[in-house]
Design a protein. Structure first.
Length: 84
């Protein structure tokens, strides 16, 4: 996962299950997990060749108000000093 594109976003708490289910319905699109439960902040690891598809889905999720503050960040697993 340290070679993946890395994103974080806020996901509506009442629809976290929905986003997770949608992501899991696509094979090898992204690995997601909650990084901060209180903020409902998720992190996403996306294979570079799937980035376009992931961003299309996230555009739709943002338009629906399910995802906000999506941002691409340096992959925290690529830097051993930046581990949680």
């Amino acid at each position: 996962m340290k070679y993946c594109c890395y994103y974080q976003a806020i996901v509506r708490k009442d629809l976290c299950w929905y986003l997770t289910a949608i992501l899991r319905s696509y094979e090898h699109l992204a690995f997601d997990r909650t990084i901060n439960v209180d903020e409902s902040r998720f992190e996403f690891f996306v294979a570079p060749q799937m980035k376009h598809y992931f961003l299309q889905l996230m555009d739709h999720m943002q338009a629906e108000g399910i995802v906000t503050q999506l941002e691409e960040l340096p992959n925290r697993l690529a830097d051993p000093q930046n581990q949680l």
